[in-house]
Design a binder for this molecule. Structure first.
Ligand SMILES: Cc1cc2nc3c(=O)[nH]c(=O)nc-3n(C[C@H](O)[C@H](O)[C@H](O)COP(=O)(O)OP(=O)(O)OC[C@H]3O[C@@H](n4cnc5c(N)ncnc54)[C@H](O)[C@@H]3O)c2cc1C
Length: 449
């Protein structure tokens, strides 16, 4: 960025909307925040820069929400709007689930269901609209600025939720932030046509990737229900870039598309003989796993999750294991029972048991983890919550919390908290987290039992 500045002339900005709650960013996190606040009676507006809602799940084509059951596979611990939406989509999939009970969907169907959900709940929304700044008074936000085809406008509201992933509002508020070393890399996903069964994709990348300019990658993807021989592919990790920065984001998009073609070319040469592989749909925006984290009143830690700590103000139940994509390709999983497995780029594994190594004796292995409300309460800003992957979490906790069934619940909690704060005329810091958790539960959110 240049060191030179110019002063933009001051101008009058039209107030285009006034609301109780304004949500910026329309992934399922933001949509669910908006819908939960609207269902409680708030007037809600939602702003999204893409042409659809759903974020990484739609624009990024990542079409898997993990199971709603605990790790015993017997008790449902996640419900709420995630379940409501998959209940609506799954009839279109013939009720398809993958081997682990994860909900795989056609991302384009999810777009349509999220539109319907917002319409049914009377949320005012703007697509193709960028959040571009905010105005504060003391420790409150009074308005945000947006940019779209109408030019620049302002939205006034009493409460603001930042669901931008990167935490664009938190950044502009000057909240304390940090970046993990070796942040999890972005991937540009695509839908690929071509039969895949019996292909050792990972092995192919290891053996032939270099010929196509591909680094070792561990190969990951999944089916698109009812779309024969079409799979979602995500083997395009792009390392060493920070996608909350304009130049890096631009480079990542271009590099991601280059890798998509390289993978398809590799498969056409070395894949199943006689089979043709094609890109049928490229993500409209690169999938960003991680950028910046913003400090709140409480930091989630890997230990607090994997040891299954319980909280009276729990706003989320989660079961997804710690999953850290490593710099330079490779992946580590850590589970409740202590087992861990690091798969290196060359296919070798390091396995062990972290409970034994740390001398942690446990009579009962937890089957799900929780997150307390204070994890989303900012230190200073009174009418603001950031919900999403900007969460205050250490490396391992982030590796678990970052999946969508978790962030969906955090979005719901943010929407409920916004409503309760306005209803009780309290700052977010003054809210009783137990109250928020109860209201959240009553709306059918996480089954917090
Ligand atoms: C390749 C990949 C594979 C993954 N695999 C899985 C998986 O299998 N299952 C799973 O559950 N999770 C998976 N994850 C993780 C998960 O998808 C993300 O952590 C999650 O989507 C983040 O949600 P979010 O709401 O914080 O952010 P996002 O989904 O990034 O949503 C942010 C939203 O805000 C909008 N926005 C941003 N800035 C602005 C602005 N200035 N103005 C207006 N709108 C704005 C964006 O357009 C977007 O819609 C994967 C992630 C990636 C990248």
């Amino acid at each position: 960025m240049s060191n030179f500045y110019i002063t933009e002339p001051a101008k009058q900005i039209p107030v285009v909307y006034e609301a109780d709650v304004c949500v910026i960013g329309g992934s399922a996190t933001g949509v669910f925040a908006a819908v939960r606040a609207a269902r409680l009676g708030a007037r809600v507006v939602l702003v999204e820069r893409q042409n659809c809602f759903g974020g990484v799940a739609t624009s990024g084509l990542v079409n898997i929400w993990h199971t709603y059951l605990d790790t015993s596979g017997t008790k449902q611990v996640i419900a709420g709007l995630s379940e409501e939406i998959t209940d609506r989509i799954e009839p279109l999939n013939d009720g398809y689930r993958d081997h682990a009970g994860s909900h795989c969907f056609n991302p384009h169907e999810l777009k349509i269901e999220l539109d319907r959900l917002l319409n049914e709940n009377g949320v005012k929304y703007y697509l193709h609209t960028f959040y571009a700044g905010l105005m504060t008074d003391g420790s409150k936000i009074t308005a945000v600025f947006i940019e779209n085809k109408d030019g620049r406008g302002a939205i006034k509201a009493n409460f603001f939720i930042d669901a931008t992933g990167d935490g664009d509002l938190a950044r502009d508020l000057g909240m304390e932030s940090y970046v993990h070393p070796n942040i999890q890399p972005p991937s540009a996903c695509f839908l690929m046509q071509g039969a895949f069964r019996d292909i050792d994709y990972q092995g192919l990348i290891r053996r032939h990737g270099e010929e196509f300019g591909l680094e070792p990658d561990w190969g990951w993807g999944g089916p698109v229900p009812r779309c024969k021989d079409i799979s979602m592919r995500a083997e395009t990790h792009i390392f060493g870039l920070r996608c909350d920065r304009a130049d890096d984001l631009t480079k990542a998009e271009v590099e991601g598309r280059r890798k998509m073609r390289a993978l398809v070319e590799m498969l056409n040469k070395y894949g199943k003989p006689g089979e043709f592989y094609n890109i049928v749909s490229a993500c409209s925006v690169i999938g960003v796993r991680e950028t910046v984290h913003y400090k709140t009143l409480w930091q989630a830690t890997e230990q607090s999750l994997l040891l299954g700590e319980r909280y009276p103000d729990a706003i989320m139940n989660g079961t997804y294991n710690v999953d850290v994509h490593l710099a330079g390709a490779g992946i580590t999983f850590r589970q409740f029972d202590g087992s861990y497995d690091t798969e290196n780029a060359d296919g070798s594994h390091v396995r062990g048991n972290w409970r034994e190594e740390m001398g942690i004796q446990t009579d009962e292995i937890p089957t799900y983890y929780q997150l307390p409300f204070r994890c989303i309460v900012p230190e200073k800003w009174e009418n603001f919550i950031a919900a999403g992957r900007m969460i205050h979490a250490d490396v391992g906790a982030f590796g678990a919390l970052r999946v969508m069934v978790n962030l969906n619940q955090i979005g719901e909690a943010a929407g409920v908290a916004a409503y309760v704060a306005l209803d009780q005329n309290k700052t977010v810091q003054q809210l009783d987290g137990v109250d928020v958790a109860k209201t959240l539960s009553r709306g059918g959110s996480a089954n917090l039992g």
